[in-house]
Write a protein that binds this ligand. Structure first.
Ligand code: FAD
Length: 318
């Protein structure tokens, strides 16, 4: 079922969903299952599976020189989606990236999705690679998420990249896109970023999932501004519980988001990681309860592959 259909069927009730990351190449999928299992009691209608960008790794050639190789450390998004869908009888949402993929490769993935009965996809640009100055698409690839939305929408209209005669199986993808309550890090202003979001919606996006935020007022203001400029589709809040001290530095650095002073103070007072984890859980519970009371369609949790804190939050919220 489409994410938007799950929302319609829920008739105003807030539902639970979460995002997982594929294991590193060479690691077993069992750890992923072990982390999904405890979350299934909260009946997620869908689970998102991220896609990682390729990155450069440096291999020691043994003569003091390093060989630079481009590789994807966490491949397997579509396989994991298929496996989870089958194992848990739940909808899965693969993340599709512009970065690192040609349009042709993207089309092949979308065709695979159709065969697998996967009819929700998140359309994302991806970030610049670590040693890139700015995001650069692969030759023949999509540049912005909007280009990817257009490509998916074309398939929904039966339009493939190259002429295909007698299309008898039109795609029918429900398309999710990213939104940023504190603006995307490259965007000159929130208003300009919102205009870009509106363009993605006009190109065919069906729902938005937000970047993590720790202050609900940022989400509420974002939704209000989005509605003002005519974005009417569901805007699903993304929630990430703080789990370690390092998050105070890396989350604002990577995602250009603000952390509330009260949260920073509470983490600073902690004596160990167990206490920090508890602070993160309690903060996320308060956030979730307020968002639920405001009638958000889903609470979407960034599990980062670890479920225990998400389970504790969900048990207090759902
Ligand atoms: P876009 O919508 O293309 O926007 C990127 C930037 O370009 C913005 O600043 C926007 O304002 C600007 N822009 C848009 N259109 C134009 C235009 N026509 N001209 C000029 N500027 C323009 N990353 C991954 O690698 N894998 C994942 O699985 C993944 N999952 C994510 C899930 C969610 C819910 C979110 C919020 C993010 C996720 N990301 C993921 C991160 C995402 O790839 C990055 O935030 C990326 O930098 C931007 O992606 P986007 O789809 O928002 O890009």
């Amino acid at each position: 079922m489409k994410v938007t259909e799950h929302i319609e069927n829920a008739k105003g009730k807030t539902l639970f969903s979460f995002e997982i990351i594929p294991p590193q190449k060479g690691k077993s999928i069992q750890e992923l299952y072990d982390n999904i299992d405890p979350l299934m009691e909260f009946k997620p209608p869908f689970i998102d599976v991220t896609t990682s960008r390729e990155e450069y790794i440096y291999i020691d050639k043994g003569n003091g020189l390093l060989d630079k190789k481009l590789t994807r450390m966490r491949p397997g998004t579509l396989g994991i989606c298929a496996s989870i869908k089958h194992k848990y009888n739940v909808d899965t949402v693969p993340h599709l990236l512009c970065g690192g993929f040609t349009q042709e490769e993207t089309e092949y993935m979308l065709v695979d999705c159709q065969y697998l009965g996967i009819n929700n996809v998140m359309a994302l640009r991806g970030d610049a690679m670590k040693d890139e100055q700015s995001f650069t698409p692969k030759a023949g690839g999509n540049h912005y998420a909007i280009d990817l939305v257009r490509q998916i929408n074309d398939l929904n209209c039966g339009k493939y990249l190259h002429e295909v005669m007698d299309v008898d199986n039109k795609a029918d993808f429900c398309i999710g896109v990213a939104g940023y309550p504190e603006k995307h890090l490259e965007s000159p202003s929130l208003q300009s970023d919102l205009k870009r979001l509106k363009e993605k919606v006009d190109a065919g996006a069906d729902y938005v999932v937000t970047q993590m935020f720790f202050d609900n007022s940022k989400y509420f203001a974002f939704v209000e501004k989005a509605r003002e400029i005519g974005i009417t589709i569901p805007i699903i809040p993304g929630i990430k519980p703080i789990a370690v001290q390092r998050h105070l530095q890396v989350l604002p650095q990577i995602f250009r988001i603000d952390l509330p002073e009260d949260l920073i103070d509470a983490v600073d007072k902690c004596k160990n990681n167990a206490e920090i984890k508890q602070v993160g859980i309690e903060w996320a519970i308060q956030q979730s309860l307020e968002l639920k009371a405001a009638g958000v369609p889903f609470l979407h949790y960034y599990s980062m592959g670890k479920s225990e804190n998400i389970r504790q939050i969900a048990s207090q919220v759902f």
